[in-house]
Design a protein around this ligand. Structure first.
Ligand SMILES: Cc1cc2nc3c(=O)[nH]c(=O)nc-3n(C[C@H](O)[C@H](O)[C@H](O)COP(=O)(O)O)c2cc1C
Length: 219
């Protein structure tokens, strides 16, 4: 599925859609080599002239994979346009193994719609979880009870920012860590009062204390 130039240049990621036979061989070898279920994720084709998800998914099933996640875009689309949920539904209907629907699910309404359009029980969420990990409790609660939970409180946001920051500091160190945290902190505070000002402040933060001082301003 990965569309990044450095990946496809190496015939990996979504470039594998260009060579279905090779993808089949890779999947078959992988399934044979490990003792756990193998799942695969793919886009619907290389470009709109080469949409081959039906064939690719069939081959993956034949290769013995346990489930397939489908992002309803071509490689050439990157993240443009709407994901094509209709084709995900067609693939699902043609397979015995489960299909996990992916692309453009941002809230409970999208979840309900993609499940209805595709007939898939399982859904995968990507970008909407950036800065909003609470989406998963909202989606699961909605599936369980139909209730739409409120978003996170300010306190919950602060807690997660600090936890994320501490993990990044540990993982990436004192220079990269705070710098990488800037965008995440901005995402975690998107839509709250004063978010534009917070964004400016986060973008200047260079250490843990800077973040804590900024969080103190969040009311
Ligand atoms: C920052 C970022 C990193 C991603 N990394 C991966 C990855 O490692 N493997 C993968 O299969 N998809 C990856 N994706 C793609 C997502 O899993 C997903 O297919 C795509 O974002 C469409 O779903 P969405 O509309 O819910 O974001 C990544 C997406 C983003 C934005």
């Amino acid at each position: 599925g990965c569309p990044a130039p450095k990946v496809v240049k190496n015939h990996e990621g979504s470039a594998m859609l260009k060579n279905p036979e090779n993808a089949y061989r890779v999947l078959k070898a992988l399934v044979a080599a490990v003792d756990m279920p193998v799942t695969v994720k793919m886009r619907i084709g290389w470009d709109d002239q080469h949409i081959n998800i039906m064939e690719m998914a069939q081959l993956a099933q034949e290769a013995g994979v346990a489930a397939i996640a489908i992002h309803g875009r071509t490689r050439e689309q990157f993240y443009r346009d709407q994901a094509d949920w209709g084709i995900i539904g067609k693939v699902r209907a043609s397979l015995r193994i489960p299909v996990i629907a992916n692309g453009d699910v941002r809230n409970v309404q999208d979840l309900a719609k993609i499940r209805q359009v595709t007939g898939c029980e399982a859904v995968m969420v990507g970008r909407a979880a950036q800065g909003n990990p609470w989406i998963f409790r909202q989606l699961t609660e909605y599936l369980k009870t139909g209730a739409v939970l409120p978003g996170p409180t300010i306190e919950e946001r602060k807690e997660v920012i600090i936890r994320h920051l501490d993990m990044l500091l540990k993982f990436k160190g004192d220079y990269i860590g705070p710098r990488e945290m800037r965008k995440h902190a901005t995402w975690y505070t998107k839509g709250i009062k004063g978010s534009a000002e917070l964004r400016c402040l986060f973008n200047q933060a260079v250490c843990r204390d800077d973040f804590l001082r900024i969080l103190d301003k969040m009311k």
